[in-house]
Design a protein. Structure first.
Length: 287
């Protein structure tokens, strides 16, 4: 990214810090190009010390010179932040929101017409630059803006551009998915302990097993079912274990978990839309 580009990260929480760390570690952004905001003075001190970035408690001060604004606050706070910064955004600026369930329409309704808007769904492995970031473009997104946002987000993981109507499904799969994998790793390690392994050895084996299996899928490009069948020899140990998982409806449970996450994402967006509509009516403004 060109050294003249400036990035404002509004919100210095876990994901905000993860993005800043990835941006800097990726080598395409220097600490002089980044400013972060947070309501907690101690948090700003920590981020300044850790990354050498600019810090300020003022969202408006952070965005006045920013070419790219990353909104990394919790979904209920997004409307307040957008209405605060809208009057001072520079022409040609791009706004990227990582707030789950906040739609492009909600973002665009609170920002000036000349502002390019992108909705993003990063996941927790972005903290170690091994995540995935789904992006959906809104109004005013030019080829240059798309390239800028994609380049920045690639610093924390793989970037996938999608239509916005798929973002709830992304939330249920890659957004919530790491938690399901952590649960599986925990259970796999506990199984090793039950079979007689020392706890630390069992955990190390479980972690490397999951990591290696994922890398196999990524590197070979073979379908997971094909790789699974290669391990499951007739009358062997693996097929015996797979039979137990099938009896417990393991695949069906994971499928339903992803569906539940996607459904909840859509429900939260709907609740917020109804609250906004109710607030508009109470103020006497058109719904």
């Amino acid at each position: 990214m060109r050294a003249s580009k400036q990035i404002a990260v509004l919100g210095g929480g876990v994901m905000g810090e993860a993005l800043i760390s990835g941006f800097l570690a990726g080598g395409k952004v220097s600490h002089k190009q980044v400013v972060v905001t947070d309501a907690r003075p101690e948090r700003l001190t920590t981020l300044s010390s850790r990354f050498g970035v600019g810090v300020t408690p003022s969202n408006t001060a952070a965005v006045t010179e920013a070419d790219l604004v990353v909104v990394a606050v919790k979904p209920p706070v997004v409307p307040v932040v957008l209405e605060e910064i809208a009057p001072v955004l520079r022409g040609g600026a791009a706004v990227v929101s990582i707030a789950a369930g906040v739609t492009l329409a909600e973002l665009e309704a609170r920002l000036p017409g000349g502002v390019a808007v992108v909705r993003a769904m990063p996941n927790s492995p972005c903290r170690i630059r091994a995540g995935v970031v789904a992006l959906a473009e809104g109004r005013g997104v030019t080829a240059e803006t798309r390239a800028l946002v994609g380049e920045i987000m690639e610093a924390v993981g793989r970037v996938i551009w999608l239509e916005e109507h798929l973002m709830d499904a992304v939330t249920g799969l890659s957004g919530s998915g790491p938690a399901y994998v952590y649960l599986f790793i925990e259970a796999l390690a506990e199984g090793g302990v039950k079979a007689g392994l020392p706890r630390q050895v069992a955990l190390e084996l479980a972690v490397q097993t999951v990591l290696g299996a994922a890398q196999m899928v990524a590197s070979t490009r073979e379908h997971p079912a094909v790789l699974k069948d290669q391990v499951a020899t007739p009358a062997g140990t693996t097929i015996a274990g797979l039979a137990v998982l099938e009896e417990a409806a393991f695949r069906g449970a994971v499928l339903r978990a992803v569906e539940a996450g996607a459904r909840r994402s859509a429900e939260l967006a709907g609740q917020r839309a109804r609250q906004d509509d109710s607030g508009s009516k109470k103020k006497g403004t058109p719904a």
